[in-house]
Design a protein around this ligand. Structure first.
Ligand SMILES: C[S@@+](CC[C@H](N)C(=O)[O-])C[C@H]1O[C@@H](n2cnc3c(N)ncnc32)[C@H](O)[C@@H]1O
Length: 225
């Protein structure tokens, strides 16, 4: 997929009433058509954030900030845990796209300022969005991102599917995440494709296949051992 295809997208509604973006070039969305918020809660919050043993602060890396839904839900569900959230995004949303999303009204209207801040904070600057949630975004391709070794306790790996962007699921990129993770850290992703799971194992991750949200049989939780 080339750069011009990836930024041609429109907002649509998913089955739980929450919005997502659809790529016009192909049958690919930012979230499951069965429900964007439902999917994000199931995978990244319940199988990722909530599965992380107590450690404070939590250093979290997201590959593919996109709409900011995972970041917003993480802030909302943090339960007082201190989180440093570093998000990588190569093709940031336009202001119109951000305004077309209905997450704040569905999750909690009190999150409006936080959602705005996630999108408006200048790139490469850490910002305390709440006293417990510190956020930084890098507008860079993950291929070129410089990631500090042994830094992240949790990785949300939310790239487009391997059918669309196989290069982002390569051993080189997943190994880069592995090296950036602390011992015992979790990488959580919606992807449960056979060759991707084999790549996780080859790199040295301990792989757990977990039940997915509606419409998806399995998701993958990978632990750095
Ligand atoms: C499945 S969507 C992510 C959805 C996002 N987590 C959300 O909640 O909206 C994949 C994201 O990865 C971004 N992306 C695509 N290629 C990338 C690359 N090479 N490096 C970093 N991000 C990339 C896309 O622009 C898109 O925002």
């Amino acid at each position: 997929m080339n750069d011009s295809d990836i930024v041609l997208r429109r907002t649509i509604l998913t089955e739980d009433g929450s919005s997502t973006l659809k790529l016009l070039c192909c049958n690919e969305q930012f979230h499951s058509l069965h429900g964007a918020i439902t999917e994000s809660e199931h995978i990244y919050i319940n199988a990722g954030l909530r599965a992380l043993p107590d450690r404070e602060p939590i250093n979290l890396l997201e590959v593919g900030l996109g709409t900011g839904l995972n970041a917003l839900l993480t802030l909302h569900r943090a339960c007082g845990r201190i989180i440093y959230y570093h998000a990588i995004e190569a093709y940031p949303l336009t202001t119109e796209e951000i305004q077309s999303l209905n997450y704040v009204e569905l999750i909690n209207p009190a999150l409006s300022e936080a959602f705005q801040a996630i999108h408006e904070v200048p790139a490469e600057e850490w910002k305390n969005i709440t006293p417990h949630f510190c956020f930084k975004k890098s507008f860079v391709r993950v291929e070129e991102a410089l990631l500090e070794a042994n830094r992240y306790d949790l990785v949300y790996f939310d790239a487009f599917s391997p059918d669309i962007q196989p290069e982002l699921w390569s051993e080189a990129i997943l190994k880069k995440c592995y090296h950036a993770m602390t011992h015992g850290a979790i990488l959580i992703t919606y992807c449960a494709k056979g060759w991707v799971k084999r790549t996780f194992r080859n790199i040295g991750f301990e792989l757990y296949s977990l039940p997915g949200p509606a419409g998806k049989r399995e998701i993958s939780r990978c632990i750095k051992i």
